[in-house]
Write a protein of this length. Structure first.
Length: 195
């Protein structure tokens, strides 16, 4: 590699953190030129440290693959507000919901990812999750915390703690959960409390 000077193409520059929908937060480490079948092609070299992955994306394809800049601070605040909301779980089969959650995660859209985190979060006093639910939750949590960490200049652990702090504020979770437990679907908790 030649010099380490900052290069810019299509509004992105070397050293910048970006979001690539299928992989989450990555960093543009270089802009390379390659010749393929007598065509010169400019490529962003993107490093995804968490996956030990390097991706080369043609500059011309940035828009079609959905690569974007990190979320704004406002978008981060909205996503944190989303996770404090009441979980919205559709009464459809798990396989269909799982596909929807996966599509939201792979959209790379922080607002959608925060909805998945909100809907699949379980506090310790809530029922156990299935393996696939836990996998999707962890994937969404990882994507959300990496982006928030990159935007707010936090470590991954600090970003996760920030999200968990907001999740604890949502209805039916944390200290409030005990008081509201009586209005659950089974009605068993209210009978136990009365006993």
């Amino acid at each position: 590699m030649a010099s380490k000077k900052t290069m810019q193409r299509a509004g992105f520059k070397t050293g910048e953190y970006i979001v690539y929908p299928a992989h989450g937060v990555g960093q543009i480490t270089a802009i390379e030129e390659q010749e393929i079948a007598d065509l010169k092609l400019e490529l962003f070299v993107i490093s995804f440290e968490q996956d030990k992955l390097t991706l080369r994306v043609p500059v011309a394809k940035v828009e079609s693959v959905g690569m974007r800049k990190l979320a704004t601070d406002d978008a981060v605040n909205r996503s944190l507000k989303t996770v404090t909301g009441r979980a919205r779980v559709k009464r459809t089969m798990w396989s269909r919901r799982a596909q929807e959650y996966e599509a939201k995660i792979n959209s790379g859209d922080l607002a959608y990812i925060s909805e998945v985190v909100r809907d699949l979060y379980r506090s310790e006093d809530q029922p156990e999750q299935s393996y696939s639910e836990r996998q999707l939750f962890e994937q969404a949590m990882d994507r959300m915390s990496r982006e928030i960490g990159a935007v707010r200049k936090l470590t991954l652990t600090e970003a996760e703690q920030l999200i968990l702090k907001h999740l604890a504020k949502s209805p039916r979770r944390g200290a409030k959960a005990d008081a509201e437990e009586g209005d659950n679907d089974e009605g068993e908790t209210s009978k136990e409390a009365a006993a």
